[in-house]
Design a protein around this ligand. Structure first.
Ligand SMILES: NC(=O)c1ccc[n+]([C@@H]2O[C@H](COP(=O)([O-])OP(=O)(O)OC[C@H]3O[C@@H](n4cnc5c(N)ncnc54)[C@H](OP(=O)(O)O)[C@@H]3O)[C@@H](O)[C@H]2O)c1
Length: 342
């Protein structure tokens, strides 16, 4: 499987690390033979039609930015779109920064990949939040796969759990803490009796929150994940504009103290069911398995037959999310193999 990697930041570097480390093992156990044939970053690209060796991938990573300066394989100024258009590969792994205004540059990368017959694995929520129904249709039209398990839950397989383990059952409702930053802030406020501003500034010092934290604290990150869950698990056809969103700026220490009197706390909760697609702070009893603290994520799938199933895990992290990319690549490999057999 020839792979073009677009975006070479935390997740992109994690992908090359994991592919290099697990290459032999996966090749032996799954007949999976991944070859990174190109990496595109803002400045240019490195291309090797025969595939980079694990040692060369490691060397490119160690040399640091810009990758296009590589003396043997560098192409300075070559854009990701040119790479996707001109390099022969089966899969594009799209891991550029999220953008919920117009989903670029990822949206163009993904559509270009589809139009040139390439499958896509992405961890970028932007294009899915703004255009998931259209992208799914475009992938089907071009007879290619779109996979995105790293977009919800980081390395915790929330989407696969619901799709595979609960198949045959009916999922009636999905509800969860889908953003580690807001969970850390609310947990800190409650446990250390500090204000929202203090907890936010602690989160920023620890690197859990961005300098510009709106995406997390105003609920947009959770809302993007709610869109993905709604479409993928609940069969809706919605985008970000269909989600009712309230973030956590309005949650005060007094509200948290008041919740304690009822053996509860307040969490930022994403909900999807027949009547509701929302993100808002909700009072959750301590005894509820969703009530996890720190940067953890947790999601409960309420099902018709298997009752409530809750999955808890770290919702982000470069290497965890890169592992989700590997999972998606293996899934595409299996799908292609079964297509050949049928
Ligand atoms: N990190 C996590 O834990 C995590 C977890 C789940 C999902 N995600 C998602 O995964 C994606 C990647 O995350 P990350 O943490 O790896 O981000 P990152 O460290 O900021 O890396 C993004 C990379 O994409 C490059 N890039 C920007 N514009 C580009 C373009 N037009 N063409 C090619 N490359 C371009 C950036 O280059 P410059 O740096 O030079 O601009 C950077 O190397 C994001 O959408 C993020 O939301 C991340």
């Amino acid at each position: 499987m020839r792979i073009i990697l677009v975006g070479y930041g935390i997740v992109g570097k994690g992908v090359t690390t994991i592919l290099a480390r697990r290459y032999m093992e996966k090749a032996a156990s799954y007949g999976f033979n991944p070859k990174v044939v190109a990496i595109a970053d803002v400045d240019g690209a490195v291309i090797n039609d025969r595939g980079f060796s694990p040692e060369k991938l490691e060397e490119i990573k160690q040399k640091g930015y810009p990758i296009s300066a590589d003396g043997d394989f560098g192409h300075k100024g070559m854009s990701a779109l040119e790479v996707i258009e001109n390099v022969e590969a089966e899969v594009v792994v799209e891991v550029t920064p999220v953008n919920i205004k117009n989903a670029e540059p990822a949206l163009s990368h993904i559509t270009k990949a589809f139009k040139t017959g390439k499958h896509v694995v992405t961890t970028n929520k932007g294009p899915l939040a703004l255009a998931m129904p259209a992208l799914t249709e475009l992938a089907e039209h071009n007879n290619v796969f779109l996979r995105f398990s790293g977009t919800v839950g980081g390395g915790t397989p929330m989407l696969e759990f619901a799709k595979r383990c609960l198949s045959g059952d009916k999922i009636l409702r999905v509800q969860g803490i889908l953003n580690g930053t807001t969970n850390y802030i609310l947990s800190e406020m409650g446990q250390s009796s500090i204000s929202f501003q203090e907890a936010l500034s602690n989160a920023q010092k620890l690197g859990y929150a961005e300098r510009e934290p709106s995406m997390d604290i105003d609920g947009f990150d959770t809302a993007c994940k709610v869109v993905i869950l709604s479409n993928w698990i609940m069969g809706k056809k919605i985008t970000l504009k269909d989600v009712d969103i309230i973030g956590i700026r309005g949650v005060t220490l007094e509200m948290l103290k008041d919740a304690v009197k009822r053996n509860s706390t307040i969490k930022l909760i994403g909900t999807v069911d027949d009547n509701e697609v929302s993100v808002k702070p909700l009072e959750i009893p301590w005894a509820n398995p969703l009530c996890v603290s720190g940067v953890l994520n947790a999601v409960t799938f309420q099902t018709e037959y298997a009752a409530d199933q809750t999955l808890i895990g770290r919702g982000a992290g470069g290497i965890e999310t890169a592992n989700a990319v590997l999972r998606d690549l293996l899934d595409i490999r299996h799908k292609l193999a079964s297509k050949l057999l049928s």
